[in-house]
Design a protein around this ligand. Structure first.
Ligand code: KOT
Length: 830
């Protein structure tokens, strides 16, 4: 560091960052003219975005530096949030709002000849995630910074995020998302590089004291290079860090031999192979396919992160026994479970701790959040694959398992079958490592993400573990969303209206303050403004729909929206079959009956995993129905069916504020939580949903009269499936008419939809579409009725918003901090 005598000079010249409009313009123009080498003659909106982003980045980085220094000197526990996905969306708007300088930027950009909205929309989404799990991680980063927790995120810096979806002739086409062309939000740290080992072999050796040590050697080395992304808190100077690892051929390994002997291509090949590790995000949501490259990604990221965390701890010179007093590591699902094994390896093989002491440090450090019970999403890795890639880690897993099973055998001697059930190793062909069990055994706490889900995991996948460890190891933390992005940023007018009534923006950091809105239910002006804002948001979405699909929709119609990943369990098929039913019903109506109907726009959006044929068929059915319905002159505005291409975070910011009703209609017991349900209600939309995930708690908070619930309950699902399997079931007659219409070719070549129809008609209807169809259609009739009374509808919306305080991700982070991590906030000094 700089000697005492020179520090004054440093302080004098240290960068301050802008605060006024003038300074913002100075900084923006300076970046445009020097960093970007442009001028006022060739500054387009993209250049203006770049300049403004760099100006804000400078500001963030000043606070980021201070925060990191403060956290280093504070000598207190930090949280590390390990997630293979961070679905961040755009950063500039968020940075402007969080540092409280959006108005300054708006005025400054106007002076320079730009509209702030046009500038903001130049930014490419950072889309390093699939859906809810990745977006949850992003909301958590925002809350941890806002609440001043000393917290880091660790993830992978994918060169390609989730693919861009194009709809071509009614089919999904995937286009690569190369997003790193210009990314002002990341700081490469080439000095922070970690060697990561793969393959090789393990041998034992005696050290000087005659102690046996295990050595893992041979194989190949790949470098992990750190890229840091600043995470500003809202209304606080705290700026946390998200560290993303990028893979690169190791300098030591890069084959100069080959290079010199003229095998140029071979050596470049090695380079490319190394870079493949962080090249692409696996585009599957709620599905694990056991690919070796995915396991490589997981280990690469876990090992680099652990090395970094351990290095930071070692600088404190504290004994290992203090490790879990200084470090909490949160696993976002089982994807980072290898971090548990890697930690044990570091402590035993490298630091020389004895096994038991090391293992108790590990358990004290880690906690695991489960996000799904879908069997196809539960991670299992083949033993031979792991043996080859990570021979030492497999040994450690076997040792952990053996000690665990010994304990179980001793404690439950009568239940012989228990050992087979709870073993980390599944005795299949080939043998498989059950990652959820390993994560549970290696953690001190396991949580589900909504009450029903947390109850379900205790009675299903972790039933035996509740018996073994007792119920206290398992807990619930219901998911939440950040009100900064999902209210203030996405719906600035509504946020402003609320602030005008509540006397400021305090509700953005204490969302329970929204409850005061209930006092304004009789305030006619307030209600009128509310309705005008909703209408303006619908007009904005209608414009987006017109621009992207060419279809005109009436913003006065009821907007009915389902946007989320396409998955059979989320039941977009139920929605579109319901839409067809509505279409057939309207077609059969007299003109008088039609007059009584509220016009509807059914809006769908979401990506299907590229290899998920059934999900792609659902998209095609929606588009095909849209083609027919939207061009049916006889129907006019009464019904429109829209597929919004490439649903992502920034589209969600336009779509969410524009709903009248949104659909959260998963088969009961399948959606762990859902988080878009929270976003829609917070933006003054009602929801139709099943008794699943967080819908249940939303109902409890906002009141049963403010939500449209339908369908069978989770506890009935098993019996219903059983009835399907044993032929004790009759297809719903209205649904049958819908299938007849599809089969008649009314929506194009029926053959394309036969597998989808047959999954319901002939193959057991696993997701119980037929069982819930009648209840679904009836409930939509109630929605139609309710919408006719606009006064009452509006009252439901406002009441619901007022009661959504619980669903802030701030609440959730506080629960994690107190119940699971045991960390304290570290606020900046005034
Ligand atoms: C599983 C495997 C790979 C990729 C993603 C998953 C995944 C996603 N598992 N659960 N989720 C969702 O997580 C959200 C956040 O907790 C939940 O709201 C949602 O219900 C899960 O489906």
């Amino acid at each position: 560091s700089i000697p005492e005598g020179q520090r004054e000079a440093w302080k004098k010249h240290s960068v301050q960052g802008f605060t006024t409009k003038d300074q913002f313009e100075d900084e923006t123009v300076r970046h445009i003219e020097t960093t970007l080498a442009r001028s006022l003659f060739n500054c387009d909106e993209l250049a203006a975005y770049s300049g403004a982003a760099l100006a804000f980045r400078d500001r963030l980085i000043i606070e980021w530096n201070k925060t990191q220094q403060r956290q280093t000197f504070a000598d207190q526990k930090r949280v590390y949030y390990l997630s293979l996905e961070f679905l961040m969306g755009r950063a500039l708007d968020n940075a402007m709002l969080n540092v409280g300088l959006k108005d300054v930027a708006r005025a400054g950009l106007k002076d320079l000849g730009f509209r702030i909205e046009d500038v903001i929309s130049q930014e490419h989404d950072a889309a390093l995630g699939n859906g809810g799990l990745g977006r949850l991680a992003a909301c958590f980063l925002d809350s941890m910074a806002t609440l001043n927790y000393p917290a880091w995120g660790y993830g992978l810096r994918y060169r390609y995020g989730i693919f861009k979806q194009e709809i071509v002739d009614g089919y999904q086409v995937e286009v690569p998302d190369y997003w790193l062309d210009f990314n002002p939000w990341e700081f490469p740290r080439h000095d922070i590089t970690v060697d990561i080992q793969f393959y090789g072999y393990v041998r034992k050796e005696k050290d000087e004291d005659g102690k046996t040590v295990t050595i893992w050697e041979g194989g190949e080395i790949v470098d992990a290079v750190a890229y840091d992304v600043p995470i500003p808190g809202y209304g606080t100077a705290t700026t946390n860090n998200l560290r993303l690892w990028s893979s690169k051929a190791s300098k030591g390994e890069f084959d100069f031999q080959k290079f010199n002997s003229g095998e140029y291509e071979g050596s470049v090949g090695d380079q490319q192979r190394a870079e493949t590790i962080s090249a692409v995000l696996y585009p599957n949501d709620n599905l694990e396919r056991g690919k070796e490259l995915r396991l490589k990604q997981q280990y690469f990221w876990c090992a680099a992160s652990l090395f970094d965390i351990v290095r930071r701890f070692k600088k404190t010179k504290k004994p290992w026994s203090k490790f879990s007093d200084m470090v909490a590591i949160q696993l976002n699902d089982t994807h980072p479970t290898l971090a548990i094994v890697e930690m044990q390896r570091i402590l035993v093989d490298i630091e020389g701790l004895d096994w038991a002491e090391a293992w108790s440090i590990v358990q004290g450090t880690f906690s695991y959040a489960n996000h799904t019970v879908m069997p196809e999403a539960l991670e299992k890795w083949s033993v031979p694959l792991m043996q080859n890639l990570l021979p030492r880690h497999l040994q450690i897993i076997y040792e952990v398992n053996s000690q665990f099973l010994q304990y179980v055998e001793k404690t439950f001697p009568k239940d012989r079958d228990m050992l087979r059930r709870v073993s980390i190793i599944e005795e299949s062909q080939p043998k498989m490592v059950r990652m959820a069990y390993l994560a549970t055994i290696g953690s001190h706490k396991v949580n589900g993400v909504a009450e029903l889900h947390s109850d379900l995991i205790k009675t299903t996948i972790f039933k035996d573990f509740v018996t073994i460890y007792g119920p206290d190891k398992f807990t619930n933390v219901t998911n939440g969303i950040t009100p900064r992005r999902w209210l203030h940023q996405a719906n600035p007018k509504l946020s402003e209206l609320i602030a005008s009534k509540l006397g400021g923006y305090d509700f953005l950091t204490d969302l329970t303050k929204l409850n005061k809105l209930e006092h304004f239910l009789d305030d006619a002006d307030f209600k009128k403004e509310w309705q005008e804002i909703k209408y303006a948001n619908k007009v904005r979405l209608a414009q987006h729909i017109k621009d992207t699909t060419g279809v005109s929709v009436n913003p006065k119609a009821l907007f009915d929206i389902q946007v989320k990943r396409i998955h059979e369990y989320k039941r977009q098929q139920l929605n579109i079959l319901g839409v067809i039913h509505r279409y057939l019903t309207i077609k059969a109506m007299s003109p008088e009956e039609r007059k009584k109907l509220a016009p509807r726009v059914s809006i769908f959006g979401g990506k299907a995993a590229p290899g998920y044929w059934m999900a792609k068929t659902v998209i095609h059915l929606v588009c095909s129905v849209g083609e027919v319905v939207n061009n049916d002159k006889d129907i006019g505005d009464l019904l429109k069916v829209i597929y919004i291409e490439d649903y992502n975070v920034s589209k969600a910011e336009i779509i969410t504020p524009a709903s009248d009703i949104s659909e959260h209609i998963s088969t009961a017991g399948t959606e762990a939580s859902g988080t878009s349900n929270m976003k829609f209600v917070l933006n003054g939309g009602l929801i139709i949903g099943t008794c699943d995930g967080a819908n249940i708690e939303i109902t409890r908070e906002i009141g049963e009269s403010n939500i449209f619930l339908f369908g069978n309950l989770a506890e009935d699902v098993e019996d219903l499936r059983h009835a399907h399997t044993y032929g004790d079931f009759q297809l719903d007659p209205d649904l049958n008419k819908v299938f007849e219409a599809i089969k008649s070719g009314r929506f194009g070549d029926a053959g394309r939809f036969s597998a989808l129809c047959n999954s319901i008609i002939e193959h057991g209807d696993y997701y119980l579409v037929s069982d819930d169809f009648n209840s679904y259609v009836k409930t939509h009739e109630l929605v139609d009725e309710a919408y006719k009374d606009q006064e009452a509808w509006l009252e439901k919306c406002i009441t619901s918003v007022a009661r959504m305080g619980f669903f802030s991700s701030d609440r959730c982070i506080q629960e994690y901090a107190e119940m699971i991590w045991n960390v304290e906030p570290l606020p900046p000094k005034e």
